[in-house]
Design a protein around this ligand. Structure first.
Ligand SMILES: Nc1ncnc2c1ncn2[C@@H]1O[C@H](COP(=O)(O)OP(=O)(O)O)[C@@H](O)[C@H]1O
Ligand SMILES: [Mg+2]
Length: 289
């Protein structure tokens, strides 16, 4: 069978670089373009889960913690855990803080890194969705390894400061280690993602941000960057960032004052920039994997 879903795993060594923000907003953007998208939260801090706005029942019924809860797959054979609808074309699997403890159960078991793969097969997700986007915790724990094993594309957000180049090297060496350790009987690795880098939180017009962009453009796999934009903070946990900016433009255009005009211009600039960068990122997904 021809599996259609492209699996994108967002990972980084550091927290606070925009993994969750980018995963959620790219998912919303693709869904608005008519693609069927599944978001999977595998970070036990559950930030993406709170973006779904699920009620308690929906949270329990889509909680990935149950899938990682036992080492012998009975959890997958009988599970009722399913993606729940967030919005048109957009579905989510959530998480809870106990996901963090599940790694211990699989200690020393090679099969522990294939739990997510088996669950996605079980629910037929690869035939059902166009894109599966997985958010992870900033370390190489068991859940992150599961997400990387499933990935066609490994999306690594890089924070816009020169120091972050260190994190590219660290990430590459972690990835190489994992690739060497998860191999089949013939020595072929199960880890075969294309790595792409996406700049985030880039300051406007500073010497170090110019240098960052220049260096990133020379880095293999670099596909674009987002500026540091207040809209991401204000829309966090509430909306898709482009909806937030649209609302701002609409409410500003109803008023007829100088400050409303300024607000309109600011929101419209941010809208144009963010949508064009999200578009670049989605084009890169289409070309890869
Ligand atoms: N481009 C951006 N501009 C401004 N704030 C951002 C941007 N991207 C992310 N943020 C903010 O930075 C914080 C960390 O982002 P988050 O996506 O939670 O990072 P991570 O998932 O890597 O820990 C959040 O408060 C988020 O709203
Ligand atoms: Mg996060």
């Amino acid at each position: 069978m021809n599996e259609k879903a492209k699996v994108i795993t967002s990972a980084a060594i550091k927290g606070g670089v925009g993994k969750t923000t980018i995963s959620f907003n790219v998912g919303c953007y693709l869904a608005r373009q008519g693609k069927k998208v599944l978001l999977i939260d595998l970070d036990h801090q559950a930030s993406m889960t709170s973006n779904y706005h699920f009620n308690d029942t929906q949270k329990v019924m889509s909680d990935m913690t149950e899938i990682f809860a036992d080492a012998y797959d009975t959890s997958i054979k009988d599970t009722k855990i399913r993606p729940m609808k967030i919005d048109e074309n957009l579905y989510g699997l959530s998480t809870s803080d106990s996901l963090d403890k599940s790694g211990n159960l699989f200690m020393g078991m090679n099969s522990g890194v294939f739990v997510l793969h088996r669950y996605l097969n079980f629910i037929g997700a690869k035939d059902d969705y166009d894109y599966i986007i997985i958010d992870t915790h900033p370390d190489f724990n068991l859940a992150t390894e599961n997400a990387i094993v499933c990935a066609d594309i490994l999306l690594i957000p890089i924070q816009g400061s020169s120091y972050s180049f260190d994190s590219i090297l660290k990430m590459q060496s972690k990835y190489n280690e994992l690739q060497k350790s998860i191999i089949d009987i013939n020595g072929n690795s199960y880890v075969n993602a294309q790595i792409i880098y996406f700049g985030n939180l880039v300051e406007f017009n500073t010497a170090s941000s110019h240098q960052f962009i220049k260096d990133m453009q020379e880095t293999d796999g670099f596909v674009g960057y987002l500026h540091k934009r207040e809209a991401f903070v204000s829309s966090e946990k509430k909306y898709f960032v482009l909806d937030y900016l649209n609302n701002k433009m609409e409410s500003a255009s109803k008023k007829n004052t100088k400050s409303a005009e300024k607000e309109y211009t600011r929101a419209s600039k941010a809208y144009t920039e963010i949508s064009s960068q999200l578009d670049n990122l989605c084009k890169a997904f289409q070309q890869l994997g």
